[in-house]
Design a protein around this ligand. Structure first.
Ligand SMILES: O=C(CO)COP(=O)(O)O
Length: 271
């Protein structure tokens, strides 16, 4: 019953759940197990729509064990990494360790890292390089706050973040990259950017990548939208040409809600 939403899915859509600082490792494996069952019941095709979760660091070993043991097709990643690979950096987590734990992805520059922890674009550029050095695919988060949005400079602001963060990365690295546009005013607020807002920014980011690299790189980079995504609004956002997935916070902690986001194509058919 699945129909293609539009002609764009030469890039595999990615539905990603950022658990933030929620779910200890016991709660985490219960959530993952329920998600896997729900998607199995629904005969979800992971090759068609990729699913990834971003649990806290302390859950990763348990998540790895469950995914390996039960041969689940869910991908996983960490919420942050150190710009360094080892050494006297108390409290930091190396990309080497994440790679060893089987992580495919790592979030870089989530707005909560940028605002709560004051992470700069220079630091995020170092973190991106650390991710590639350790065979992790970064999911780089960018986006503007409310004041910038109200001033109408949101596109210029976000593209400046993209340019600074990508400095020195090569075409192959950027082809593999995932960028999540997460306007800060829409995160955890219930305020969701409309599909047109998501498309406006994602198409601007794709054009910027084409400028910095070339069209073939821009055609490969996956662009996600994040900010108050729910099952009810996911399909309309994902229908947009340049939106290749969503990064979900709160709703990823609710199995039914998240599974319905993963199955967004079915909602398009029935809406
Ligand atoms: O920050 C987010 C995902 O990384 C979005 O969070 P919410 O979906 O809770 O708004």
């Amino acid at each position: 019953m699945t129909t293609s939403t539009n002609g764009k899915f030469d890039r595999t859509p990615l539905i990603a759940g950022n658990w933030k600082m929620n779910m200890d490792h016991v709660q985490g494996i219960t959530l993952l197990q329920k998600l896997a069952w729900t998607l199995k019941d629904a005969q979800h095709d992971y090759n068609r729509v990729e699913v990834a979760i971003f649990p806290p660091f302390t859950d990763l070993r348990s998540v790895q064990t469950l995914i390996k043991g039960d041969k689940l097709d869910v991908e996983y990643g960490a919420q942050d990494l150190s710009p360094k690979d080892s050494g006297a950096y108390t409290g930091d987590i190396s990309g080497q360790f994440l790679s060893k734990l089987g992580c495919k992805y790592v979030l870089v520059g989530h707005s909560e890292r940028r605002t709560v922890h004051g992470e700069s674009d220079e630091l995020l550029n170092e973190k991106l390089k650390a991710a590639y050095r350790n065979d992790l695919v970064p999911v780089l988060c960018v986006g503007e706050g409310l004041e910038v949005r109200q001033s109408g400079k949101h596109v210029a602001h976000t593209l400046e973040q993209v340019r600074s963060d990508l400095a020195g990365l090569d075409a192959e690295q950027v082809s593999a990259l995932v960028i999540a546009y997460e306007p800060i005013w829409a995160i955890g607020t219930g305020e969701v950017a409309g599909p047109a807002d998501a498309q406006e920014m994602c198409s601007a980011i794709r054009a910027e990548i084409a400028d910095l690299y070339d069209d073939s790189v821009a055609a490969k980079t996956r662009l996600l939208y994040g900010g108050s995504v729910k099952a009810q609004n996911a399909a309309s956002i994902l229908k947009e040409r340049d939106v290749d997935g969503v990064l979900v916070g709160g709703a990823s902690l609710d199995v039914t809600e998240f599974a319905n986001i993963v199955r967004f194509e079915h909602h398009l058919v029935t809406d």
